[in-house]
Design a protein around this ligand. Structure first.
Ligand SMILES: O=C(O)c1ccccc1NCC(=O)[C@H](O)[C@H](O)COP(=O)(O)O
Length: 213
């Protein structure tokens, strides 16, 4: 089985960016959601992006964004992909893919088999679906370090590329890959020492665990 691709989400400092690149992650996530402890402004993102250019893929994360926010962020951070982490419909996702001309990822919050089935509706609208844990009402829609039942997506063979997120960390990511055969893993809290504070050693350990899975 090929090695799973790795996305380290919630990068907000040059140190964390360099740690992700050193560890050979494939993607970083830049969070454009002001309520997140990992939020970046377009100005922060532009600086990080310039440093990342050609070294790692830059995914901008948004929650029900309007077009103005997206236009500003895509241009400032020269994003390689847009990740939608709110209640965006397939129609909205398709509209954004066509408008911005870069890949669109859609996060789907999972607590049951029916949640996984929702992925089919996005098959023509997005480039990848990211199965993530459903978070409690009123909490952030992601980045909470919560896992869902991996059996729900074990060996998933849907009509669109996919990835696994939610509560992944150096100690459990190899097991998650073994059980689900996911082609991509995404982590945020699992490589932090406090909300929003990435740790280079944990990033390295996470990527090493994926490589060894
Ligand atoms: O990371 C955030 O703060 C965040 C805020 C709002 C929406 C989504 C957010 N993160 C999305 C991600 O891609 C996370 O990596 C994913 O939810 C997994 O997070 P974790 O369980 O902490 O590894």
């Amino acid at each position: 089985m090929p090695t799973a691709a790795i996305k380290i989400c919630g990068i907000s400092t040059p140190e964390a960016l360099e740690a992700a690149i050193r560890a050979r992650a494939d993607h970083i996530g830049l969070v454009f959601f002001p309520k997140s402890p990992r939020a970046v402004t377009s100005a922060d993102a532009a600086l990080l992006s310039a440093r990342a250019e050609g070294r790692i893929n830059r995914v901008g994360l948004f929650v029900d964004p309007d077009d103005a926010l997206l236009a500003e962020a895509v241009a400032a951070a020269r994003l390689d992909a847009i990740q939608l982490h709110g209640a965006e419909t397939p129609e909205r996702a398709a509209q954004l893919r066509s408008r911005f001309g870069i890949p669109v990822w859609k996060a789907l919050s999972v607590a049951s088999a029916a949640d996984v089935e929702r992925a089919s509706a996005y098959a023509q609208a997005v480039d990848l679906v990211l199965f993530d844990a459903r978070t409690p009402k009123g909490a952030l829609p992601g980045g909470m370090g919560l896992a869902f039942d991996w059996n729900l997506v074990a060996n998933w063979k849907g009509p669109v590329a996919w990835g696994l997120a939610g509560g992944l960390e150096p100690g459990n990511v190899a097991e998650a890959i073994r059980r689900t055969k996911t082609p991509l893993v995404d982590t945020s809290s699992g490589v932090e020492i406090a909300p929003g504070v990435k740790d280079a050693d944990r990033i390295a350990a996470f990527c090493a665990a994926v490589a060894g899975a």
